[in-house]
Design a protein around this ligand. Structure first.
Ligand SMILES: [Zn+2]
Length: 264
């Protein structure tokens, strides 16, 4: 068992602070302190901290896109805290550049996270994994995955498979509320999957009450996410139908359904 699997005595709450139209700024908090993941906008974070009388102790960044890091500088004007992020100069505010397998500690919460390099959406995308939680930015979504802006289908396939090997109970905190639209596509790519229909009704009920559909978990993703099911006969068949040729490798299936989804 690695240290990141050790569950601390008290697991902090993880609160979604909403930003823009569909971003979640995941906020770990206890009664006095908070750490935020991917603060694309400082304003909702500052409002939340003030309202809850919390002090910010750390910022975690998964990748360089503005809707994930745009609030860093303003938050740093209010709180002098470490910023953990990838080796990528495009995030100027990062103070602790992390490589695969390195650990960050949040001593205040008694928590440690292992850094996983998961390129695909961007070339330097990382995730933070520990205490049964995964903060995976825009790589893995509930029932979907990020667009391939900088990476290849091969890289995304390897990154997603790596996440799929985490324990089924791992809670998956994604960067966006995309679940319902992802499920609509997943039903086309994986039409015979009954678990998707159950997930859709659960997700719809939550969204009807304006509640997040997240976190997901790895077990749910392996059962419902077509991008983690590129070796499933049903997904292979519909991807091949859409591509107009028989696809034989999981990477070619992932490439085909990623492209299909872009125009879905
Ligand atoms: Zn992104």
């Amino acid at each position: 068992m690695s240290r990141s699997d050790v569950i601390p005595d008290v697991i902090p709450d993880v609160i979604p602070v909403c930003a823009f139209s569909d971003n979640y700024i995941w906020t770990l908090r206890d009664s006095g302190c908070a750490a935020v993941v991917d603060p694309g906008d400082a304003r909702p974070v500052l409002d939340y901290l003030r309202r809850e009388k919390l002090e910010l102790v750390a910022i975690l960044n998964t990748h360089h896109h503005a809707d994930h890091v745009g609030g860093n500088a303003e938050l740093l004007r209010h709180f002098k805290v470490p910023v953990f992020g990838p080796h990528d100069p495009r995030i100027a505010e990062v103070t602790r550049r992390m490589a695969d397998g390195e650990r960050i500690t949040l001593p205040h919460f008694g928590l440690a996270f292992e850094v996983l390099e998961i390129p695909g959406h961007t070339r330097s995308h990382i995730a933070f994994y520990g205490a049964g939680m995964l903060f995976c930015g825009d790589t893995l979504f509930a029932a979907g995955c990020g667009r391939l802006f900088e990476g290849t289908p091969q890289q995304m396939h390897e990154s997603l498979n790596r996440l799929a090997r985490l324990p089924d109970a791992t809670r998956v905190y994604c960067g966006h509320e995309y679940t319902l639209s992802n499920i609509r596509f997943a039903k086309a790519a994986d039409p015979d999957n009954p678990v998707l229909r159950e997930l859709e009704s659960r997700a719809q009920q939550l969204r009807d009450r304006d509640l997040p559909t997240l976190p997901s978990d790895i077990g749910q993703e392996k059962a419902t996410n077509p991008f983690l099911r590129c070796d499933d006969p049903g997904v292979i068949a519909s991807a091949s139908r859409h591509a107009g040729r028989q696809l034989t490798s999981p990477v070619s299936v992932l490439a085909a359904i990623r492209e299909w989804k872009n125009s879905f």
